[in-house]
Design a protein around this ligand. Structure first.
Ligand code: 5AD
Ligand code: SF4
Length: 456
């Protein structure tokens, strides 16, 4: 029998994948595997993959070629594909990529030790079954990023079915995690020295827990619901804010359709909840939003923005925008630009639409915007965002902001780097301060997308 000891894991895609890799690491370490950060040293290589756009998949396929070269030299090396691509492509991987041994979907990580045993017995192994209720609630992930900030997954899957999106197919139905396990994990992290957590979910505002269940469609079928005992997202962040009062709390991602006024009032009420909302709009045109199945109009989105500005004036707002979706006209594109002009987002993530096999959009609409037009529109959106980011950052100049010190600045070892509540990076001379502490910094300059300041 092979004696596998060292594993290497590489993670692509979203924060949720980073968090999932930490769960996988925790499971493997419990089984006496050792982590290595050098893939040439490993007996087992895992790639945690992303399917959100075609480009992400191509990057991963290229990377696989590199690992396959190593496998030719080291025939006993086990290569495993985890995550969204594993779910999407399943056996195809084993058929086409002869050097892959393991294909494991996002809900099957508990099965990894068994699957490795199968490979040791000479069989390739696949498990991409999606679960109704898996949340890995009892697994304490091993955090490797740094010792100050950590991700905590509070829900998995998505029921929204945006027409362009592969996530509901790769990650399955929505389910929320037991709040007690979330709060315990927050406290544990605080005791270990962590000072900022980011609560993760594809759609955090849809979080729900009642009477031992985190599945919305089951909860709504329960008789005589006592709403005082129901924990929604607003209640959850309030419970966390109270139980770890010196821990900063962030969350991502919010779907505008599910965000409530109650959540905004809780963000306002607790100083340890960061004043930043990531609120993907995807398009500024109601016609396109309808085709995207986003379940809100331009006007409803603007109403929500106005509410945020009224309740939490200091809140930063960020976005995701997709350009060149099926049938997008110049007018639709201009609607996106004018919406951006209205909101003046602090920052954002902008993408060219990429057809995803099996999605509603792939089945029902034509990807009819040419690549040249997509690229030109993307450029216009990015340029406008740059202008708005600069505008927002300028508003910080002269202000005193609380910054959590995270690391040494890459550009100058005499400077610290951290973020303010609004999630903007701030760099400043170290003076006598320490990593993991909060300091008040007076902002006096901007260099590209970073604020420069001095501790006061
Ligand atoms: N093409 C381009 N961008 C996409 N996103 C999701 N699916 C696609 C797609 N098919 C973007 C959305 C989402 C972010 C995570 O990725 O903007 O909010
Ligand atoms: Fe995809 Fe929409 Fe769910 Fe986000 S909310 S993961 S874009 S389906």
């Amino acid at each position: 029998m092979n004696k596998i000891r060292k594993f290497y894991i590489e993670t692509y895609g979203c924060q949720m994948n980073v968090s999932d890799s930490e769960i996988v690491i925790s499971i493997l370490i419990k089984e006496n595997f050792k982590i290595t950060f050098n893939f040439e040293d490993a007996d087992l290589i895992f790639i945690n993959t992303c399917s959100i756009r075609e480009k992400a998949e191509q990057t991963i396929k290229k990377r696989l070629q590199k690992f396959n070269l190593l496998k030719k030299k080291k025939p006993n090396l086990i290569i495993g594909i985890l995550g969204c691509m594993a779910k999407r492509l399943k056996e195809k991987f084993l058929e086409e990529e002869k050097l892959i041994n393991l294909v494991i979907g996002p809900d099957s990580y508990r099965d990894i030790p068994n699957l490795i045993s199968s490979v040791e017995d000479g069989k390739n192994a696949v498990n991409t079954i999606l679960s109704r209720d898996e949340t890995y609630a009892d697994i304490n992930p091993v955090h490797f990023e740094n010792k100050i900030t950590a991700f905590i997954t509070i829900m998995r899957g998505c029921d929204n079915m945006c027409s362009f999106c592969i996530v509901p197919f790769t990650r399955g139905r929505e389910r929320s995690r037991d709040p007690d396990t979330i709060i315990k994990e927050c406290q544990l992290l605080y005791n270990k020295g962590y000072r900022e957590i980011t609560l993760l979910g594809q759609n955090v505002d849809s979080y729900i827990w009642y009477n031992g269940s985190g599945i919305k469609r089951d909860i709504y079928k329960m008789p005589n619901i006592n709403y005082n005992n129901l924990i929604d997202f607003a209640k959850l962040i309030e419970l966390i804010a109270i139980s770890v009062p010196n821990m900063r709390i962030r969350f991502s991602t919010s779907n505008p359709h599910d965000m409530s006024k109650k959540v905004l009032t809780i963000i306002k009420k607790y100083p340890n909840i960061c004043k930043n909302i990531h609120l993907p709009v995807q398009s500024g045109s109601t016609r396109i939003l309808k085709k995207m199945n986003r379940k809100y109009s331009r006007e409803e989105y603007i109403y929500l923005i106005d509410q945020i500005r009224n309740i939490i004036p200091e809140c930063s707002i960020s976005h995701d925008i997709i350009t060149g979706f099926c049938g997008e006209t110049e007018q639709d594109h201009n609607d996106t630009l004018s919406l951006m002009e209205y909101v003046k987002y602090d920052y954002g993530y902008m993408f060219i639409y990429s057809v995803r096999p099996g999605t509603i959009a792939e089945k029902h609409f034509k990807d009819d915007v040419t690549m040249d037009i997509k690229k030109r529109r993307l450029k216009e959106i990015i340029n406008l965002q740059k202008k708005h980011s600069y505008f927002r950052m300028q508003q910080s100049i002269g202000k005193i902001q609380e910054v959590l010190i995270e690391k040494v600045s890459k550009k100058d070892k005499n400077y610290w780097s951290g973020r303010n509540s609004q999630n903007v990076t701030v760099v400043f001379p170290k003076q006598n301060s320490k990593i993991g502490t909060f300091v008040n910094v007076k902002i006096h300059n901007i260099i590209s997308s970073t604020l420069i300041g001095k501790i006061i």
